[in-house]
Design a protein around this ligand. Structure first.
Ligand code: A3P
Length: 304
């Protein structure tokens, strides 16, 4: 691809290439990105789950799938499939090997996911009535989660001899990480949310952990699938919360073994905690990032 040759590229700390396009450091998904922008046609009934990697995407997929399919036998699919098999990524699954895949046969409402920044979503997503849900997370926890995800999925014969936390953190602070800079990604969806509250729902992993039932209700209402009084009385919300909980999903046989592409299914379920960064980063490292984040978010109303 000619465009690719003109773009700034570097090797990430994990040995994988990153390509800078439109101010964003992408892993090798530029071609899928361009195909998505050119060909993806959103339907009004579509649900697009957007996230920064390692911020709760798997959980959001499980929750949304369960909410939408709660009156259907389909809900039981969650016990026999990893959430990523039920809700495909546009860039890593559907458009990775095909320029213009046929998505018409997928039954409605179609649920897709993506890590593409808000400003780069295909026009039809912005222009149609489809709903967008975004989830993000404290960047320091995201950083630690990504680090473990990478180590877990690294082949034993990986050629880089030594892993350097400081080096990666330095790159992270400069915004050099897949789909980074993370603060721009969050701010993009935050602004999109403020522009149209009915179109973009903005969620934080930490809030979901704190009151999962409240957020299940919120997501259902936002998507136009509100719970009836009867359902609430029957404990349907609590049941969805249990079904999609970290403990339940992690211990399902289907999530313990096997791979999705080159990624171990089990690696999507590590600790599922808030604040794990304190076990790895020094206060000085945290302060460095937090100062940067504060000035970036100043005046936006977005806080972490
Ligand atoms: P940790 O590495 O901190 O444990 P993503 O799904 O975007 O890849 O994010 C992965 C992070 O979400 C991991 O965080 C993972 O453990 C956590 N996670 C996965 N499923 C979860 C669930 N059902 N509830 C809460 N956290 C979950």
């Amino acid at each position: 691809m000619e465009l690719l040759q003109t773009l700034e590229q570097l090797t990430n700390w994990d040995g994988r290439p990153l390509v800078k396009y439109d101010g964003v450091w992408y892993p090798l998904v530029i071609r899928p990105l361009l195909s998505i922008q050119k060909y993806f046609k959103a339907k009004d009934s579509d649900i697009i789950l957007t996230s920064f990697p390692k911020s709760g995407t798997t959980w959001l997929k499980a929750l949304t799938f369960s909410i939408v399919n709660r009156n259907d036998l389909n809900i039981s699919l969650l016990t026999s499939n990893n959430p990523h098999e039920l809700v495909p990524f546009l860039e890593f699954d559907l458009y990775l090997h095909q320029e213009n895949p046929d998505l018409q046969h997928i039954s409605c409402p179609r649920i897709f996911s993506t890590h593409i920044p808000f400003k780069s979503l295909p026009e039809s997503i912005r222009e149609s009535e489809c709903k967008v849900i975004y989830i993000c997370r404290n960047p320091l926890d995201q950083f630690i989660s990504h680090l473990h995800f990478f180590l877990e999925n690294t082949k034993t014969n990986y050629s880089r001899p030594l892993f350097e936390l400081d080096e990666y953190f330095g790159m992270y602070c400069q915004g050099i990480h897949p789909f980074g800079p993370i603060c721009d990604h969050m701010l993009g969806y935050w602004d999109g949310h403020l522009e149209n509250l009915n179109k973009v729902l903005f969620l934080k992993y930490e809030d979901l952990k704190q009151d999962t039932a409240f957020h299940i209700k919120k997501i259902a209402g936002f998507l136009g699938y509100p719970f009836s009084v009867e359902e609430e009385k029957q404990g349907v919300i609590e049941e969805i919360s249990r079904l999609c909980s970290f403990e339940n999903l992690k211990n399902l046989e289907v999530n313990k073994t096997g791979h999705i592409g080159v990624v171990k299914k089990s690696s999507f379920f590590r600790k599922g905690e808030v604040g794990d960064w304190t076990n790895y980063l020094t206060p000085a490292m945290a302060e460095r990032f937090e100062n940067m984040m504060e000035s970036k978010f100043e005046g936006s109303g977005l806080m972490f």
